[in-house]
Write a protein that binds this ligand. Structure first.
Ligand SMILES: Cc1cc2nc3c(=O)[nH]c(=O)nc-3n(C[C@H](O)[C@H](O)[C@H](O)COP(=O)(O)OP(=O)(O)OC[C@H]3O[C@@H](n4cnc5c(N)ncnc54)[C@H](O)[C@@H]3O)c2cc1C
Length: 214
């Protein structure tokens, strides 16, 4: 696998002779929403941190930088990693999934239940983006707040109360720019970066800004 060294963040800045240290406190593999912020937080906390990313930096590429192009980004050969999975161990049941994907003899995909003769069965597609930023670079930026019970299930499973619903609500308040509730609503934020318009206007805003729903 080809690695691009995209980010070397050292606690003490090393300039000149040997800019790439041989040892790090932490090595983070993958720069998606999981690895990217983790590497930044480690570096900010003073640890020398190496972030490895298999893909390239497409931050200046409008296909990835402009949200309205997310569909094209998800199909871009520069970054696409097509994973094919099974939804069932039973081959007959697999053939009933209407999203079953096949490679046709001309190389193009066929999705459905009646593949042309000569097609090769691939599986159910799970697209992934190998690019700096990971799948956040080709996703639809849909932002939704899970049910409280979902967060609390994580707390119960891990014993880690930092995942609790009330703590997560505080993050929502920080990022939300609610445009339809009275500002006295204490469970919502009004100064954050994420616009949350009237539900009736969300369709329009989704093409420009991504969608928000809480
Ligand atoms: C098509 C699609 C649409 C989505 N839409 C939304 C949405 O609208 N809203 C939403 O909230 N979420 C959405 N998601 C989900 C969201 O994008 C993922 O949950 C999130 O990106 C996962 O982050 P991650 O860091 O775990 O993994 P990823 O984002 O997959 O990042 C993994 C990174 O690791 C790199 N990598 C992998 N293996 C190696 C290796 N061996 N060495 C070096 N680098 C490696 C990859 O290149 C990639 O950059 C969508 C996902 C997809 C695929």
């Amino acid at each position: 696998m080809r690695y691009s060294l995209l980010s070397v963040v050292a606690a003490s800045v090393v300039l000149a002779a040997d800019p790439v240290p041989k040892e790090y406190d932490y090595i983070v593999v993958g720069s998606g929403p999981g690895g990217g912020p983790l590497a930044c937080d480690l570096a900010r906390a003073g640890y020398s941190t190496l972030l490895l990313e298999a893909g390239t930096d497409q931050g200046d590429n409008p296909l990835y930088a402009d949200l309205q192009n997310f569909n094209e980004a998800a199909n871009d050969d520069l970054s696409r990693w097509d994973f094919w999975v099974k939804h069932s161990e039973d081959p007959a049941r697999e053939l009933k999934f209407k999203h079953m994907t096949w490679r046709q003899s001309d190389g193009t995909f066929y999705v459905g239940l009646d593949p042309p003769p000569g097609s090769t069965q691939l599986g159910i597609q799970y697209p992934r983006a190998a690019v700096l930023g990971g799948c956040a670079m080709h996703n639809g930026a849909v932002c939704s707040l899970p049910q409280d019970d979902d967060w609390n299930t994580i707390v119960n499973a891990t014993g880690d109360t930092s995942w609790s619903a009330d703590k997560m609500r505080k993050y929502l308040i920080q990022i939300e720019n609610n445009q339809y509730l009275p500002k006295a609503s204490k469970d919502h934020g009004f100064d954050g970066m994420e616009k949350n318009p009237q539900p009736s206007q969300r369709g329009e805003s989704s093409s420009e800004l991504g969608m928000s729903s809480y």
